[in-house]
Design a protein around this ligand. Sequence first.
Ligand SMILES: Nc1ncnc2c1ncn2[C@@H]1O[C@H](COP(=O)(O)OP(=O)(O)OP(=O)(O)O)[C@@H](O)[C@H]1O
Ligand SMILES: Nc1ncnc2c1ncn2[C@@H]1O[C@H](COP(=O)(O)OP(=O)(O)OP(=O)(O)O)[C@@H](O)[C@H]1O
Ligand SMILES: [Mg+2]
Ligand SMILES: [Mg+2]
Lengths: 466, 466
Amino acid sequence: SESFREISPADFFYRNRDLAGFNNPTRSMYSAIRELVENSLDACELYRIPPKIYVRLSYEENYEKRNVYRLKVADNGSGIPPEYIPSAFGQILYGSKYKLRQVRGTFGLGGKMAILYGQITTHSSAYIISSVGNNKIYEFEIRIDIQKNRPEILKKKFRSNRRKWHGTVVEFSLEGDYPKAMPKVLEYLRQTAMVNPYADITFVDPRGRLYMFEGVTKKMPKPPSEIEPHPYGCDVEIFMRMIDDSRSKSLQDFMTTHFHRVGKKTAKRFLKHVGISGRKNPKKLTPNEIVQLVQSMKPESFKYFLPPDANCLSPLSNELLEMGLQKDLNPEFVATEQRNPSAYSGYPFIVEIGIAYGGNTPNSPGITLYRFANKIPLLYDEASDVSRKVINNEINWNYYKVTQGTPVAVVVHICSTKVPYKTVGKEFIADRPEIEREIKNGINNVARRLSRYLSKKISIAYQKQR
Amino acid sequence: SESFREISPADFFYRNRDLAGFNNPTRSMYSAIRELVENSLDACELYRIPPKIYVRLSYEENYEKRNVYRLKVADNGSGIPPEYIPSAFGQILYGSKYKLRQVRGTFGLGGKMAILYGQITTHSSAYIISSVGNNKIYEFEIRIDIQKNRPEILKKKFRSNRRKWHGTVVEFSLEGDYPKAMPKVLEYLRQTAMVNPYADITFVDPRGRLYMFEGVTKKMPKPPSEIEPHPYGCDVEIFMRMIDDSRSKSLQDFMTTHFHRVGKKTAKRFLKHVGISGRKNPKKLTPNEIVQLVQSMKPESFKYFLPPDANCLSPLSNELLEMGLQKDLNPEFVATEQRNPSAYSGYPFIVEIGIAYGGNTPNSPGITLYRFANKIPLLYDEASDVSRKVINNEINWNYYKVTQGTPVAVVVHICSTKVPYKTVGKEFIADRPEIEREIKNGINNVARRLSRYLSKKISIAYQKQR
Ligand SMILES: Nc1ncnc2c1ncn2[C@@H]1O[C@H](COP(=O)(O)OP(=O)(O)OP(=O)(O)O)[C@@H](O)[C@H]1O
Ligand SMILES: Nc1ncnc2c1ncn2[C@@H]1O[C@H](COP(=O)(O)OP(=O)(O)OP(=O)(O)O)[C@@H](O)[C@H]1O
Ligand SMILES: [Mg+2]
Ligand SMILES: [Mg+2]
């Protein structure tokens, strides 16, 4: 008969690491760097520390074949308390980002996948140095026990932190292919610096070349804040967990305490609509009543819940988007639009669109597209992304005087408490109808402004000819 | 400071269920049905039982709003021993398919995701009835404890199995949208029946309509077989696990025992190339020696390993592909090709291509594409799939006299011990270069045959005109 077994989450993501972006040495090198840089940016932003991130990639000394590298990423972020370091870097599905808040990390496995990939290709361990800025700096050498999904601590020590440094250093060896990975790695760092203009990013490549992406401002955006779940995203599991954690003695109080933007009046109106008394003790609800409540928390059943408050989000801003496009493409024309906040399934999001024409804008056939999500550049799988779908199928470019040869670039940034990535590798975004609609309307608006510029340009050229 | 926590695999796939194809009621209904049907087909094929699968979808009685359904899938497969039933249906990352063998299931979570989705949308439990054909039929009522990733057994009983029935019945309630899901559900069942012509599939829809997809043959293909890992797919983790499990006293014996198609001569030659004695005890290898061995198990380091033996695979066959296209499209012309076995990263695979022209072939702009992997129809995310990429970007269709208006359909089937899906939802396939090449060459070959037919047709029409 068949042999049944369980596997650990680490074993699952080890066997299926291509789902997380670790499918060949070139792509894995890119993924390892991006996962560590995104962790560093999160660690700085959450405490409003202007990020100083140092990335060094060098050839590993012991190998005559030059396909094994040493990767080191250092930041001046929050640091990690020593009791959490082993699991933070050695246990898959462990982290501090399992909250409803806009942040780059979301799955609790990115940094671990990088370390795991290094471990299975070079049989070596990872070094973590970190301090939260108190009087100790901790150093760990760890391996991941993949079958048990837990860290093996090979070494642990600490030294005094006289200068009260705070931050984290992650270092390990991995197989890779820098000549092939280089264009994507440099593009990733360049675009990251562009949408995080308060960050200093330094990169030393295996040939010793130094790339400095210097911050252009010290001003940090206010950190994104956590919000409660919204009724429109509710299901039975969330509801049951809220009941378990709740100290509310009445359903009325339960609704206003645990849900985002549900005030007394809305809660009263909702409970009247469902037909359950607001005085009922939530812990005494029957299964049928629970289903009734959850089923009614849908826009088609009850449309009076206020939309999610996007104040918790941290968008780029029109100025920043424009500045980034100017700096990068030196275009003849730029237009940007920050769409009004919207929501899908109760998750607030903001779409920001930019369009550039002329100057150094690439003249490739078709529109050049730059994609960002929660300030992360997305460089792979463009063909599958919702933005590319909108640009190719839902915009009438000819109507805006944009034809095959017109040098046009579009930037799309989506920020949300939950970006609907389609893969664990965070490379492209699902075509949620609400998001698709905002991207489409935003692109139409900036394209309309471009078309006015192009019309003026054509008529001026025409006048000159006469 | 930040609050660190771990989450269970069930919690991870609950929070990120859109990764697994459960992102809205329409898609979730489709995913639930396909995951259960694929489990049933695997359970029958592995024991060479001609599958009889019964799918019933009905409106759940207690709900006046008609968006809650009852789904029941029954098969005559192997059944599941009672000691494994709770975990098989209640623990994510648990199953019997964690082997190197061609089978539909691969992740150990499909059936559980369907049950989980039902549970969080209707607050009800799942019923499992199963017998392996002995004297007992077991009945379980289970829920999934998502935070702990384990089944809760609400009820367990058994009755005598006088007729020695073997098989499994899975039944639960779930939210869905049958009017929207119906086209995809019917298409899935139809295409499944087409590539599994030995299967009887019966579907009763919520309106009581009966769809019967009757098998056209009783002849079952031989079941796919399990193979050892191939050296070209080896990494340090696999190697270390082999060493742990091994009873080999010498490296020479270790290589021939644990790796696929490594005979004495090849093992000797390989160990000589690496420079490690064949007599060395594998359990006494140094870390450096392990890395040396693993790094040398690459095609670019040692090219004398025999390619994987595709006898373990179970392709459709040209006859079946042709029969399916004839039955479905009644075309004027059909050509099929089964490519020679190939491999990517040590995983053997076979690509099978079919092309159809005319008759009832859809006349949509562009080539109609039907995709299958391990005999599973893939109906979503076509734009992201490697086959669509090849068809749109790598075939010069005009050269084969296929233009915008020509009614042409292409079928691509890939079977492998490991299909490189890009998502946990198993809807599209990554563009591994080896696979991309086989698809491209196969399509060029059948397109060439079509072009000869079209030339003849054009010349006959021309002759007639004169
Ligand atoms: N450089 C760093 N500074 C501070 N904390 C860090 C750093 N790197 C990792 N961490 C901590 O380790 C945790 C795990 O990181 P990991 O990348 O594995 O998952 P994540 O960032 O939470 O989610 P994702 O998988 O989406 O990246 C983080 O949640 C964070 O708390
Ligand atoms: N109808 C069935 N008959 C026999 N065994 C079954 C049936 N359905 C499920 N199982 C058993 O339960 C296990 C878990 O099924 P599940 O669908 O969750 O995962 P899987 O099929 O192994 O992988 P995947 O996630 O890719 O579907 C299977 O491996 C199989 O052993
Ligand atoms: Mg991370
Ligand atoms: Mg399955």
